[in-house]
Design a protein around this ligand. Structure first.
Ligand code: AGP
Length: 348
């Protein structure tokens, strides 16, 4: 595999651009393996989805989408919290463990405990020879190629793409994931990278506190965007379920806050727009990520209309990755290797 940076200044930006093709690569699977994988999920009484960091955000998305597509409860559990949440695990349980490296200690220990309690283990990894691939009854690889940047980018969209194609296969296409259409839309988002760079360097005031608001399937993207900003740019950032604002975080909003609002015109639109008004009234600067413009946004990042709202995460995350990358450069931080972090956390 090619691990040169090629025309790019950093691995991180190279890997962000590789999403044009990696979302497609994630969905090419051996027939017999994906069949057993899907049959196992379809037959499960109880499904727990686990992972750490970005892979936990994929677990949240997979759980929401799984619930909607299969009309069956999926429970997301952080791998580091897994051992405290073992009570419902039995032989009818399937644990779906998600990890780029397949070597994350918290995830490996969760699968070990789950297996001892009688559960079947499925995994989604990037490294097909990893410990987690071997620990599972069936493991599927996202085929993203090496991800060198410590911050997960292409592995995230690869995980979501593979999870969606699995759920589509079981549900007869309820999500409507089309790899070519998604790849085209990501390619268009990436073509707007210069505008995001301008947003960071020209439009944005010096920013110390960033908040990201989203409901439903957009909430995990609010968390993922915040994680990227913390890791890559060392900026305080917080993902908030928009409906929770009035339960506390609204107290933080003032003219120094910069708030991303994840607000495509799906069924979350009206409620999230009200949340945007609440923070605007307190003087915060608002960056809208949406397919429809609105005067309330101080700046807007346009995303394409998606056929099914579950598909929005795959395009919404792109400008947030780019924003974090350019903010890292502006803050003179090496985006590829953030301080204090390791690419895979193999100790507990
Ligand atoms: C993501 O940007 C982080 N570097 C980190 O949260 C990562 O997703 C987490 O450590 C899990 O890694 P894994 O996917 O290899 O298990």
């Amino acid at each position: 595999a090619d691990v040169n940076k090629g025309e790019f200044a950093h691995y991180t930006i190279k890997e962000i651009f590789e999403q044009r093709t990696s979302v497609k690569a994630a969905t090419y699977q051996e027939e017999h393996k994906i069949k057993v994988f899907c049959d196992t999920i379809a037959a499960a009484g109880n499904i727990i989805v686990t992972g750490s960091g970005t892979s936990y955000h994929t677990s949240l998305i997979t759980s929401m989408a799984g619930c909607r597509a299969l009309k069956k409860r999926f429970e997301p559990v952080m791998a580091s919290e897994f051992k405290y949440n073992m009570d419902s695990i039995d032989k009818d349980t399937v644990v779906l463990a998600i990890s780029q490296s397949g070597e994350t200690a918290d995830v490996l220990s969760a699968t070990k405990l789950a297996r001892a309690a009688g559960a079947k283990i499925l995994s989604i990894v990037n490294v097909s020879t990893s410990s987690l691939a071997r620990a599972a009854d069936v493991s599927l690889a996202i085929n993203s190629g090496p991800e060198i940047g410590v911050a997960a980018t292409k592995s995230f969209t690869g995980q979501v793409s593979l999870a969606y194609s699995v759920l589509d296969r079981i549900s007869g296409g309820r999500i409507g994931f089309d790899r070519d259409a998604v790849s085209d839309k990501i390619t268009k988002m990436l073509a707007g990278s210069a505008a995001i760079e301008r947003l960071v360097n020209v439009t944005m005031p010096k920013v110390n506190d960033i908040y990201l608001l989203g409901r439903s399937i957009h909430f995990p993207i609010a968390l993922e965007g915040a994680l990227k900003m913390k890791e890559l740019a060392y900026v305080h950032a917080e993902g908030i379920a928009a409906g929770e604002l009035k339960h506390g975080p609204l107290a933080l909003m003032d003219k120094n806050a910069v708030v991303f609002v994840l607000n495509p015109d799906d069924k979350t639109y009206g409620d999230t727009l009200s949340s945007a008004h609440e923070v605007k009234t307190r003087g915060a600067k608002i960056i809208g990520i949406s397919n429809v413009s609105n005067d309330i946004y101080d700046a807007m990042i346009e995303i394409p209309k998606m056929e099914n709202e579950l598909l929005y995460p795959l395009v919404e995350v792109i400008p947030l990755q780019l924003f974090s990358y350019y903010l890292a450069l502006r803050n003179n931080v090496d985006p590829d290797f953030p301080r204090n972090l390791a690419k895979s956390v193999t100790v507990k």
